[in-house]
Design a protein around this ligand. Structure first.
Ligand code: ZN
Ligand code: ZN
Length: 377
């Protein structure tokens, strides 16, 4: 079968690889109908991780079940399903508490597994014609048959729940004001989720005009940090108080105003300034324990200078960590089915799998409007 294979920094190729087979009675094989490229795939693509050439990318996957192990009880051939990017067992101490992003069964020695991702276990990616899904009864979320809402449902694998998770970590409540830093796909999903949760006013900070325009289209207030300190801009619109809550949808690859140099702590420190005393921060944006490409010695070891004194003084709470997709995907799916949510507004391109190589290149360079790409094998 065809799959997107990592060849080395800035190169992927669509190549023939072995088709997956059932290896355990709880496995299913899914024929992939949609698979999305994620900003976090670029960390591997750019050679900033320990990913070795040969890895098949793709943690955002959906499709139709083609083959089942004998132990699978709730699924059948032909079922249309979407899988959380987290591979999870469903029975370990973290899974039973809902922390499926920190499953201790699927990736020995580490908490949390994912498809097609370095250090996240042996699970092959789904940017391919087929994918093997373990613990299938737990990991497959059933979808209505047919092909309706395909580009909405594929976002249930990661970015819609991840944006929602940012709001959950910040405990966004109806009537509150929220500052979301970053208007990439996850930031837009966080802003969208804040509005779904009844937030009164949602600010979205970025410097890319097209991204800010998308934020405005869904009813958020765009804040362009190229035009001045975003914290001051938000203060001006909140009677000098700041927002109730904040979401970091940027992570460590952040850049400061007026430069293209990375400043990994800039977003966290801006949020500490933006959010009012006793507010809360949700941090679904990615931070890593080591970053060989970091701008200084500390950053290379995953250590950043964060304004912890100010954070303490303001009594701010902070929630972190990757999304436990399983916690949210069922009700977010139902909002899509009932027409209450349509997250596909973030998808910029839908392309055949064959075009993965140029799609990665353009997405990485952020050219031709490439923001969120869905591939169809
Ligand atoms: Zn992703
Ligand atoms: Zn588990």
């Amino acid at each position: 079968m065809k799959a997107v294979v990592y060849k080395g920094p800035f190169t992927v190729a669509v190549e023939d690889v072995e088709k997956p087979t059932i290896q355990h009675p709880n496995d299913v094989i899914v024929r992939v109908t949609s698979t999305a490229i994620c900003g976090s795939d670029l960390h591997m693509y750019e050679g900033r991780t320990a990913a070795e050439p040969g890895i098949v990318f793709g943690h955002e996957n959906m499709g139709v079940i083609e083959d089942l192990g004998q132990g699978v009880t709730t699924l059948k051939e032909g079922d249309r399903v979407v899988m959380p990017f987290n591979v999870a067992c469903g029975f370990c101490m973290n899974c039973v508490e809902g922390y499926t992003g920190f499953c201790i069964t699927v990736n020995p020695g580490f908490a949390g597994g994912a498809y097609g991702y370095v250090a996240m276990g042996p699970w092959k990616g789904g940017q391919a014609e087929y994918i093997r899904v373990p613990y299938a009864d737990f990991n497959c979320l059933k979808l209505p048959q047919g092909n309706e809402h395909e580009t909405d449902f594929i976002l249930l694998a990661d970015i819609f729940p991840t944006g929602y998770h940012g709001c959950e970590l910040a405990q966004v409540r109806p009537g509150e004001s929220v500052a979301v830093y970053g208007a990439g796909p996850v930031g837009l999903m966080a802003a969208y989720s804040a509005l779904l949760r009844g937030a009164r006013k949602v600010f979205v900070v970025d410097r890319v005009p097209e991204r800010l325009q998308k934020a405005e289209e869904i009813g958020a207030v765009p804040i362009n940090f190229a035009e001045g300190d975003p914290v001051e801009q938000i203060e001006e619109q909140t009677e000098g108080i700041g927002t109730d809550k904040g979401v970091d949808a940027v992570g460590y690859q952040a850049t400061a105003q007026g430069t293209d140099n990375e400043e990994p702590a800039i977003v966290l420190n801006s949020l500490v300034r933006t959010v009012r005393p006793t507010g809360a921060l949700g941090v679904p944006g990615l931070y890593v324990p080591s970053d060989p490409g970091g701008p200084d010695e500390q950053a290379k070891q995953g250590m950043l200078l964060v304004a912890i004194g100010r954070l303490f003084e303001k009594g701010l709470r902070m929630g972190t960590g990757q999304c436990n997709v399983k916690r949210y995907n069922r009700f977010l799916r139902d909002m899509i089915i009932d027409g209450r949510a349509k997250p596909s507004f973030v998808v910029s391109h839908e392309l055949p799998l064959d075009q993965a190589s140029s799609a990665y290149d353009k997405f990485d360079k952020r050219i031709e409007g490439f923001t969120k790409v869905v591939l169809h094998p």
